[in-house]
Design a protein around this ligand. Structure first.
Ligand code: BGC
Length: 279
């Protein structure tokens, strides 16, 4: 069977998010980078947050500027309250407001359970969960202040939490990461319930195995990739663009009635592929 192996290209409609202001955290590499570029391609002005890697962030800004929209790199550690507050304040000063938050910044600090240090546990919870909480809270204050502007969007704001298939699939050797993503799911659903009456839509995307630096060892040799593909019924490793496309769609008014949902973008990884031939 001859099949295309990568994410579809050239499928983002250029005016879908015209006039909207988006913040993507952790946007200097991987999923965040592709997402920031995708939002820019769809017509949004974009703040490219990063914590390290200014050069890469500036390159993302340059690429986004090529779409005729505004982009700005901003350094902030999402786990630090004062830095998050300052980032949203600056964005509102520069761009006027925020319409879309993609709470994407995340990391792994893997270790077998009895070897996992408290520092490894805490770091992952701080960035992956507290970071999303802080960014969501500060963005929500601005959504509530501004309210709905019908010419821009049917919603007063959209929050997209970057979760993982590991909000559902337990993951030995990664208890800090899996716990953080389980937390993201319940945080997202609770915020969705609390904020929906204000026309703020909170949703999550749960990527599967996406070809990024975070999981390089899982795909960068033919043997590793072969093992990984056993876990993916669609039989291709995801590209960051696969996630960017989902974010653009979910952030747009095409999905205005989608509230409190996790969209799994995983090539079927959560379908218990082991049972295709067993059970
Ligand atoms: C992790 C990756 C992993 C993928 C599928 C992601 O959330 O960050 O390291 O490859 O889940 O297991």
């Amino acid at each position: 069977m001859s099949v295309i192996q990568g994410a579809p290209r050239g499928v983002i409609p250029g005016h879908l998010l015209k006039g909207q202001k988006a913040l993507v955290t952790g946007a200097n590499s991987g999923i965040g980078k592709a997402t920031a570029i995708g939002l820019g391609r769809a017509g949004a002005d974009v703040v490219v947050n990063y914590v390290a890697g200014r050069g890469e962030a500036e390159q993302v800004v340059e690429e986004i500027s090529g779409f005729g929209v505004r982009a700005m790199a901003y350094e902030a550690d999402v786990s630090q309250e004062d830095q998050v507050v300052a980032m949203i304040e600056r964005m509102v000063q520069e761009f006027g407001t925020i319409d879309i938050l993609v709470a994407n910044a995340g990391l792994q600090r893997d270790a077998p359970f009895t070897e996992m240090t408290t520092a490894q546990w805490q770091k992952v919870l701080d960035v992956n969960l507290t970071g999303q909480f802080l960014c969501a809270r500060e963005a929500t204050k601005e959504f509530l202040r501004r309210g709905v502007v019908p010419e821009v969007s049917h919603a007063a704001g959209k929050i997209i939490c970057m979760s993982s298939v590991h909000q559902l699939i337990p993951w030995a050797g990664h208890v800090n990461y899996a716990a953080s993503k389980g937390g993201v799911q319940m945080m997202m659903e609770t915020l969705a319930q609390e904020l929906a009456p204000h026309r703020i839509r909170v949703n999550a995307i749960a990527p599967g195995a996406i070809r990024t630096p975070i999981n390089r060892s899982a795909w960068d040799t033919p043997d590793a990739e072969k093992d990984l593909l056993q876990l993916i019924p669609y039989r291709r490793v995801g590209d960051p663009e696969d996630i960017a496309h989902a974010v653009v769609g979910l952030a747009s008014d095409l999905m205005d009635y989608v509230v409190g949902t996790t969209l799994y973008v995983d090539g079927g990884m959560t379908l218990f592929p082991g049972f295709a031939t067993g059970g």
